[in-house]
Design a binder for this molecule. Structure first.
Ligand SMILES: [Zn+2]
Ligand SMILES: [Zn+2]
Length: 130
């Protein structure tokens, strides 16, 4: 079991199993939100312990379509926390416990700023390979 929370602690959650994947997205959207390294959790493994009332959603204008959640008290990016999809991404930054995984892929590497150097050997994709 892994515990996670936002910066102010209003939102607390736990994962009953390890995430299925972890990867870094270098797109400008994830970069601006400070949520570039994402873990993908199974809906059934995710339990919100407290703070539902602090989860705010940002719905972008087209062509962007991913709804982004954040804590409305402290601003911590929470990815698609609470999504109704079977699996959804949340930023690895939110975890409080040790995560025994390495980054498995990099996507949108074409959008990566030059000042960010990739220092692992995980596969890199210029866009999103789907
Ligand atoms: Zn917070
Ligand atoms: Zn992204």
């Amino acid at each position: 079991m892994l515990k996670g929370s936002c910066c102010c602690g209003a939102i607390q959650f736990q994962l009953n199993n390890l995430p299925t994947m972890m990867g870094t997205c270098h797109c400008s959207r994830c970069r601006k939100l400070g949520s570039s390294t994402l873990i993908f959790v199974q809906k059934n493994d995710f339990i919100l312990l407290q703070g539902q009332e602090f989860i705010e959603k940002f719905q972008p204008e087209p062509p962007f379509h991913y709804t982004r959640s954040f804590c409305k008290k402290c601003g911590t990016a929470l990815g698609e926390i609470g999504s109704t999809n079977d699996s959804f991404p949340i930023p690895a930054n939110c975890l409080d416990d040790h995560l025994p995984l390495n980054i498995q892929f990099h996507v949108h590497v074409a959008s990566k700023p030059h000042w960010y150097e990739i220092c692992d050997s995980a596969p890199q994709f210029l866009e999103n390979p789907n």
